[in-house]
Design a binder for this molecule. Sequence first.
Ligand SMILES: [Zn+2]
Length: 294
Amino acid sequence: MSYVILDLEWNGSYSKSAHKFVNEIIEFGALKLDEELNIIDSFSALVSPKIGKRMNTRVKALTKISFEELKKSGVSFQKASESFSEFLAGDILMTWGTSDLFTLMENYNFYTGDYHIPFLNRYCDLQVFCEKAMGIYDEGNQIGLGACAERLGIEFSEDEQHRADADAYLSLACLKRCIGDYPLESCVLDAETESFYECLTFKNRFITSLSDPAVDKNELRFCCDKCGAPAKRMKKWKMHNKHFTSEFYCKNCRRKFIGRIAFKQKYDTVVVSKRILEMPEKVKKSIEPKPADT
Ligand SMILES: [Zn+2]
């Protein structure tokens, strides 16, 4: 089993024929690794732009690739992706985050009308793997490649980043630091199924109504955090941001608290997060026994 780390660079360009902006891929950079993560081959290709008429200033500053260089040494997207497909040869594709996949889908869709990535069989998101290995996995808050490398104490030059090959090397350095801390196989997905694409493009959302059928009503019960007994809900549920809150009362402890719950709808599951919060100070005081009673 071999792995290929791919990194792409792209240039946002307006397509008059499609009447929309397309993130046109301008560079492929990839490293092939054996099972021990040793580099056994590398791949790079510049893509001659078909849509863009000039380089986006930000892209040019980041990648230091000039439009002239691309026009002169680049090949067509079809040619570059076919060569890459031969290089990948059915191995496990790895990228840092899913934006490279989205950009590939966008480019395939632009040229062929089909967004499926023909060379993709098995896929591993290195960002997810490293986050899980570092114990910082949080879908709402993804760590950038540079930030991850810094956190792992990997030295790199900011100047060399944002070229496809340099980013692939840095992704590899992060992978090597994290390997052994989490099973890599568990992050390798079968990417030949339609559900892979459905899952990839699914937008997680917070459920905003408790009558949503995805809400498990049993989750709306709260137990007292002091004695563990079921607490009684005293108020109607209120929605604040993504959370629902209500007041609860434990008769054993004569304690009032706030129960807070959120339901996040993901592709194949609903993630419930629950917390018990103290009552706001002034409300709490009013239910505490008065000094004369003690
Ligand atoms: Zn209690």
